[in-house]
Design a protein around this ligand. Structure first.
Ligand code: C5P
Length: 237
């Protein structure tokens, strides 16, 4: 089923599907990068965790009525997805302050926001993915006002459901990043991955960071932490 390699990113490879123009195979790599690729390492087995965790997240969201490009996991490291054309913005939703917002705005880590904060970043490696506002989106991309409104509404809806999903496995959803694409009909559709690489997750009892910050901040064994998350999700009926 897997055809030629179409594109290789920092964390995934994208392959064509033979004799099918509407689907793609995403292959999760073992590579970890942080600070826009300045810090790099490879962890044997990481691809499996992100593939299987992301699959569980997209399956849960579908149960809650949120469609995405995800179709099904093909094996430990690959999933079949609907082909979309990515809108070059990254949408970050923050429930609690951590990471770049603490450095950029001097907000103390762990500050809880009264309502979820939605931020937009321009997806452009050469520029280090700068933060942008709505007007920048219209200048830099072909997204319309209606599409941006849909994107933000989906992002907040995903937040509502994922907070509950992760609470079920004793994790606090601190923040996360989403990407969106357009399907063959031009509809906006949730794309990319949702995994501990793209979310901050803190253990509710201990406060332990159980996400890519373990790698960013060199505080422990990334694979051990990702394994714990997958095991917790697998234990949920
Ligand atoms: O680095 P920052 O604090 O802005 O990240 C916010 C959230 O978005 C974190 O969960 C981080 O893992 C995710 N993110 C991502 N990809 C990026 C930037 C941020 O998955 N390029």
């Amino acid at each position: 089923m897997k055809g030629n390699l179409l594109y290789e990113g920092k964390a995934k490879q994208v392959f064509k599907v033979k004799d099918n123009e509407t689907q793609l195979v995403l292959s999760y790599k073992n590579d970890a990068t942080a600070f826009n690729g300045q810090k790099k390492a490879s962890f044997t087995g990481k691809g499996k965790y992100n593939n299987l965790i992301s699959a569980k997240v997209f399956e849960y969201l579908l149960e809650k009525g949120i469609n995405s490009h995800y179709k099904r996991a093909l094996n430990d490291t690959e999933q079949l997805v609907e082909k979309t054309t990515i809108v070059p913005i990254e949408v970050v939703v923050r429930n609690i302050a951590a990471g770049s917002i603490t450095r950029r705005l001097g907000i103390a880590e762990k500050t809880v926001f009264a309502s979820p904060l939605v931020e937009l970043y321009y997806k452009k490696d050469e520029l280090d993915d700068p933060i942008i506002n709505d007007q920048h989106v219209f200048i830099l991309t072909d997204a319309t006002e209606l599409e941006l409104k849909q994107i933000k509404a989906i992002a907040l809806n995903v937040n509502t459901h994922l907070k509950e999903f992760f609470t079920g496995v004793n994790l606090t959803l601190v923040d996360f990043k989403l990407e969106f694409g357009r399907d063959a009909l031009g509809n906006i559709i949730l794309s990319d991955e949702i995994s501990p690489d793209t979310c901050r997750l803190w253990d509710k009892d201990t406060g332990e960071k159980m996400d890519k910050d373990v790698f960013r901040e060199d505080t422990g064994d990334l694979l051990e932490v990702y394994d714990k998350i997958l095991k917790r999700l697998e234990a949920v009926k």
